[in-house]
Structures are given as C-alpha cells and as structure tokens.
Design a protein around this ligand. Structure first.
Ligand SMILES: [Fe+2]
Ligand SMILES: [Fe+2]
Length: 193
C-alpha cells in the first residue's frame, strides 16, 4: 500500500534544515519526525515516510512572506484571499511542490502530508493524518491540550486526528480568525466518516 520510493538520507535532510531553519524550529521538526515515526509504527506505515515528512514539513516555513508569494505565483499555485492575507500559509503547499526539485522526493503520500499539515484538507490519507497530528502534538508543543491529544492519537489515530482538527477549529474561533476552505473541507468530510 505504501511505496517508499526514493528518499534522501536523513543526514542530507538534517544538514538542510539546520542550515535553513532556526534552532527552535529544527527542534520542532525533530519532534514531529519522532512522533510521526512512532505513529507510523503503530499504524503499520513505513516509519521512514513519517520521519522524512516530519523532518521536511516546515522546510519553507522561514522564507519571508514576499518571497513565498513570489515562489507560489511562479509555480502556478493558486493564491487565495486567505493566502494573500497570511502568506505564511503557503509554506505548506509551496513546500510540497518543491519536494521533488529540492530533494528528489516524488512520493505522493509525503507530498500530501506536507501540503495539508497546516490547514488540513479533503481526502487526507494515513500519512497526512499522522503528520497533521504530529505537528500539533510533538513534545515542544506546550499548550494545555497537547498531551491529551498525543495520548489519544497513540491510542486511536483517527480519533486523535479528529480531535486535533477540532482543537484547531476552536483555536481559530477563539482568535476570531477565518477558516481556510481546506479546513472546512477537512472537517465536513470527517463528519461523514
Ligand atoms: Fe508548518
Ligand atoms: Fe510544523
């Protein structure tokens, strides 16, 4: 079911993220890789896929807004009103789009996981769900619900995913922020599962 295909070595990827990202974000990526690897093990998904997607999910996260917008437009990525207002959202879709050029990764599960890790999206596969959860609950995340969500996900992946999406929606409501269309699609689809 899961084809690892070509993956670069973790060493190569680590050198890249250490060079491009701040220390705390490198810690975050290592945390996501670790949690994703463990969730993959529990879900019988190749751990190498979870670790690789975890290490790389934020590889474009520290690119300045203007540059991110320019790269997105260059790649023909649709820049909606929400991305105009919050260009940082583009780090996920741009990051996914550049996986092949930058790292030689064509694995569709890894690509989907990177693309959907911030907003969620419709039709998220197992690996995408794992990365979404791991991004929300890795050990450096210290908001009050994080630990409970992590425990739940280790127990029941889909229940954990659903609760992580709900926590994200609550967070947006609390801060009076708009729901991204992909987040709405993700939630609506979850309700029919
Ligand atoms: Fe991110
Ligand atoms: Fe992240």
């Amino acid at each position: 079911m899961f084809d690892e295909g070509y993956l670069p070595s973790e060493d190569t990827v680590m050198k890249y993220i250490v060079r491009e990202l701040s220390d705390y974000r490198v810690e975050h990526c290592l945390g996501v890789a670790r949690v994703a690897g463990e969730l993959c093990y529990l879900a019988e998904v190749p751990e190498a896929l979870g670790r690789m997607a975890g290490l790389l999910h934020d590889h474009m996260r520290e690119v300045p807004d203007g540059e991110l917008l320019a790269i997105a437009r260059n790649l023909g990525i649709t820049v909606g009103p929400m991305e105009e207002a919050h260009p940082v959202l583009l780090h996920a879709v741009v990051g996914a789009e550049l996986l092949e050029d930058k790292f030689g990764i064509r694995n569709p599960d890894v690509t989907q996981a990177v693309r959907t890790h911030t907003t969620g999206g419709p039709d998220m596969g197992l690996l995408a769900r794992i990365i979404y959860i791991a991004d929300a609950v890795e050990p450096t995340r210290n908001y009050p619900e994080a630990r409970g969500l992590r425990d739940l996900a280790y127990d029941d992946l889909n229940a954990g995913f659903r609760e992580c999406v709900k926590a994200h929606l609550r967070h947006l409501v609390k801060r009076e922020r708009a729901f991204h269309p992909d987040t709405v699609a993700c939630w609506n689809q979850l309700l029919s599962e």
